[in-house]
Design a protein around this ligand. Structure first.
Ligand SMILES: NC(=O)C1=CN([C@@H]2O[C@H](COP(=O)(O)OP(=O)(O)OC[C@H]3O[C@@H](n4cnc5c(N)ncnc54)[C@H](OP(=O)(O)O)[C@@H]3O)[C@@H](O)[C@H]2O)C=CC1
Ligand SMILES: O=C1O[C@H](COP(=O)(O)O)[C@@H](O)[C@H](O)[C@H]1O
Length: 488
């Protein structure tokens, strides 16, 4: 891996503390950082370098699953970090940043490979990239890369505008758009499961699959993010990015070669085949909900409108379910259902492939009252990680009745690397496979746009659901219309 400088904007923020520094530290422990590595940590808070390094150490103690109370090792990692105060909107400040980067490059004998990580609010994405370009920070003799956090735009137009601005300073192949769901080990495992198992490869199409269900349910509410969330909703917060990325990864056709270019091409083809909705039909395919008061794991919780910072009149969506169709020869006729929400019964992200059951009636006739359940292939993304296959088998103990059984594989969560660890490692070595390409982002916004407009105009119902449930009844009815149920 090339030696480099890692310039972190937003180093004093929540994400840096909870995810980015712990990920870098874990990579350090695994000897996965470049031999020479300089971190320039940027923020406005008036830390001295020593104070900032102590702040990072505290963050590692709290948030790294691998923290080792070995002062020498921690100190060895932390010494790569240099804190620098910079107001990102202050153009002149970037000259000082350039000088610091160059000084450290000289000190560590580093090539001019520079990775810029924007872990700041989206309102700074364009101004920072412009300043990086104007200041000369991007004129390197080595390579340059940009990691950018979500949200990438607020709607189709703003995403296109932002991309236009970024592209003035960075080429598409230099931009690494983070979607942390793409960094989840089980999401990355989907293509391997398919690739390495002919049995799955053969069945992964509309001849055998009845429907696909992608659920990301959360028990948390809006937390301290009322300002952001109330203008974002589940549709922008989860559907436009994570849910559609999971759909792409599940539905994409296996490329002959596993490379970033081929995988992105296949994902893009799925998005190009995704049937667009007219604004007027959104109500038939999409369910929007908002949580009311309820109970989660025995604890009473308040409704969305009672949350601090949320207006009593808010019509924001905290739940979205939708039926999507991919109009290509592989998936034609197979509904893809997605569902995500806050304050639901459980924290769980999973993808369920329900197989067709052509012999169901035959079996029922021959065996009177016995029914077979459909075969399900269940991919547990988080917090549990693993896969299971639901089959039908005679119960060898209980009168030989046929009943569903599960064949399971699961991994110990504590051993599984964090999404940020995998993603940052990939960005360090220049592998963009698990980052969102601009076309995927643009096509996702294109699919979401009529939903945003229908929500904005309140032209589809906003269903209330009790906290602690699996969402509004209407979401269950959506599947019942097709003769299916959500597999919880
Ligand atoms: N936190 C999370 O779990 C997640 C966050 N994200 C995304 O990551 C990004 C960062 O989020 P998060 O860390 O939570 O945000 P925080 O509000 O916790 O941190 C914001 C950071 O931006 C810096 N900042 C703010 N204004 C300026 C400025 N004018 N010049 C320079 N730096 C500035 C702050 O520095 P200072 O305080 O020193 O001024 C701070 O380091 C956002 O885009 C967010 O959407 C994405 C997924 C999850
Ligand atoms: O991006 C986001 O994701 C989290 C859920 O992520 P997970 O890894 O815990 O499944 C969500 O809570 C948050 O609102 C959203 O911004």
């Amino acid at each position: 891996m090339d030696s480099m400088t890692f310039v972190l904007f937003g180093a004093t923020g929540d994400l840096a503390k909870r995810k980015i520094f712990p990920a870098l530290y874990n990579l350090y422990l695994d000897h996965k950082l470049p031999e020479s590595f300089s971190v320039i940590a940027l923020g406005r808070k008036p830390y001295s370098n020593d104070e900032f390094q102590t702040h990072v150490e505290e963050a590692l103690k709290t948030f790294s699953r691998r923290f080792i109370d070995d002062h020498v090792q921690v100190a060895d990692f932390i010494k790569t970090i240099r804190y620098h105060i910079l107001d990102a909107t202050n153009v002149e400040g970037y000259q000082g940043l350039l000088e610091l980067v160059q000084q450290r490059e000289k000190e560590f004998n580093l090539p001019e490979n520079r990775l810029f990580y924007l872990s700041v609010g989206p309102e700074f994405f364009d101004v920072i990239t412009l300043n990086i370009k104007e200041s000369g920070l991007a004129n390197t003799k080595g390579w340059k890369r940009l990691i950018i956090e979500k949200p990438f735009g607020h709607d189709l137009q703003s995403a296109q505008d932002l991309n236009e601005k970024l592209s003035k300073a960075f080429d598409e192949n230099e931009v690494y758009r983070i979607d942390h769901y793409l960094g989840k080990p089980m999401v990355q495992n989907i293509e391997a499961l398919e690739f390495a198992n002919p049995i799955l490869q053969t069945l992964w199409n509309n001849e055998y699959i009845a429907n696909v269900q992608i659920t990301a349910s959360e028990t948390v509410g809006v937390e301290e993010r009322a300002r952001y969330y109330d203008t974002s909703g589940a549709i922008r917060d989860m559907v436009q990015n994570h849910m559609l990325q999971m759909l792409m990864v599940t539905a994409m056709h296996l490329p002959k070669r596993i490379s970033a270019k081929d995988i992105r091409y296949e994902k893009r083809k799925i998005m190009e085949s995704l049937r667009l909705l007219e604004k007027g039909e959104v109500g038939l395919q999409v369910i929007r909900g908002q949580y009311a008061a309820g109970e989660i794991k025995g604890e009473a919780v308040i409704g969305y409108k009672e949350e601090p910072g949320i207006e009593e009149t808010s019509t924001n969506d905290t739940f979205v379910a939708a039926r999507l169709w991919i109009d290509d020869s592989f998936w034609s006729g197979v509904p893809f259902y997605i569902r995500t929400g806050k304050r639901m019964k459980e924290k769980s992200t999973r993808i369920i492939i329900e197989f067709k059951n052509p012999l169901k009636d035959l079996f029922l006739n021959q065996n009177h009252n016995e029914e077979t359940a459909p075969n399900l292939f269940i991919i547990e993304i988080g917090p549990n990680t693993g896969v299971s296959l639901q089959l039908n088998s005679k119960n060898l103990v209980n009168e030989g009745k046929v009943e569903p059984v599960r064949v399971e594989f699961s991994a110990d969560q504590k051993e599984v690397p964090e999404a940020y660890e995998l993603l940052i490692f990939d960005a360090l070595r220049g592998d963009s496979t698990y980052f969102a390409h601009w076309r995927e982002v643009e096509l996702s916004w294109r699919w979401v746009q009529p939903l945003l407009e229908a929500f904005e105009e309140n032209s589809i119902p906003l269903h209330s659901y009790p906290s602690g449930s699996m969402g509004p009844d209407a979401s269950h009815q959506l599947l019942e219309e097709d003769g299916f149920v959500w597999w919880d």
